[in-house]
Design a protein. Structure first.
Length: 318
């Protein structure tokens, strides 16, 4: 082949490659636009201006790439489009996280060591009617899994908080009101607690060992437990058992441990993966109808690091 022919062939291939690349990019952009449109319809998203829409679309595309990275790091779960896909990571942290790892209160006791040889293989307090419906803390800078409003306005409010601080407040204040008497608003406010309306009081609260068998034993014998966790993978979580290869232990979110299971299958590691069942506060449209499953045995995302419980003194029927 002579030199002019070779040069012509090279230019032709370059043009074809460029055209194919443009076609591929356009196809990818169209696919992203379709997924964004579907997400807006699914989660009821609206934007005030075209500029805001375009900005959120850019964030959405970035989060699709982030979800793909999370999928590679956490192959036993499904990551993808969620109600938070149009929020930047900093917006997500500011508006939906906020647990502050402060020093533990002086009143906090260590939970006694419990026997662990008779624990069931699977356990779920939802099956026993002991778990209330999943609530939505909404787009506010608040973080309180225990939903009575006084926990929000009488702890650190919308600047974040710590579950043990809420327990300490409940102990010292004398108890909690009914939710209908002190409804959740998700906003900063002054504390309006009325002791005459108390319907539930606690005698003490305790911090549980980081040993997972002790966590399971306390869960089974004493009820759902307050848990702190690093929520970095939760923004893109859709379903399945989350067991990331790498996850920070810096706790920034509070959830409720309601059970555990043993049937979370990990196809890559070819063995059953036991997991915790966590009740979240982002509504039933997030995760598995508002719940998150994370694997046991590794303190994944710090889930075993800050676990606490309260002992009930008395309750009154609502």
């Amino acid at each position: 082949m002579d030199r002019p022919t070779t040069l012509f062939s090279f230019l032709l291939l370059s043009l074809l490659s460029s055209a194919l690349a443009r076609t591929g990019s356009q196809r990818q952009l169209l696919l992203h636009a379709e997924r964004h449109f579907s997400s807006k319809a699914t989660f009821g998203k609206t934007y005030a201006t075209q500029e805001e829409h375009d900005y959120r679309f850019g964030v959405f595309k970035a989060n699709l790439r982030r979800a793909k990275r999370h999928q590679g790091l956490d192959p036993t779960a499904v990551h993808g489009v969620t109600k938070f896909s149009d929020l930047t990571p900093s917006e997500f942290r500011r508006n939906f996280l906020g647990l502050k790892r402060l020093r533990l209160p002086s009143d906090a006791n260590k939970a006694p060591i419990l026997p662990t040889n008779d624990l069931p293989t699977d356990f779920d307090w939802r099956d026993k009617g002991a778990v209330t419906p999943v609530k939505d803390q909404q787009l506010v800078d608040c973080d309180h899994e225990c939903d009575p409003e006084e926990y929000g306005s009488c702890d650190s409010g919308c600047n974040g908080g710590l579950m043990n601080n809420a327990f300490e407040y409940t102990l010292k204040a004398g108890g909690l009101e009914r939710e209908k008497d002190y409804p959740y608003t998700g906003t900063d406010d002054t504390c309006k607690f009325d002791k005459s309306k108390v319907v539930a009081a606690v005698s003490n609260f305790s911090v549980i060992s980081t040993d997972e068998d002790q966590i399971a034993a306390n869960l089974v014998h004493h009820g759902p437990l307050a848990v702190g966790i690093n929520a970095v993978f939760m923004q893109t979580y859709v379903k399945g058992v989350s067991c990331p290869y790498i996850c920070g232990k810096r706790i920034d979110h509070g959830v409720l441990l309601v059970g555990y299971g043993s049937s979370g299958f990990a196809p890559i590691r070819f063995k059953e993966k036991p997991y915790w069942i966590l009740k979240n506060s982002w509504g039933q449209s997030w995760g598995e109808e508002g719940y998150y499953k994370i694997c046991r045995g590794h303190n994944s995302c710090g889930v075993d690091s800050l676990v606490s419980t309260v002992a009930s003194l008395h309750t009154s029927n609502p």
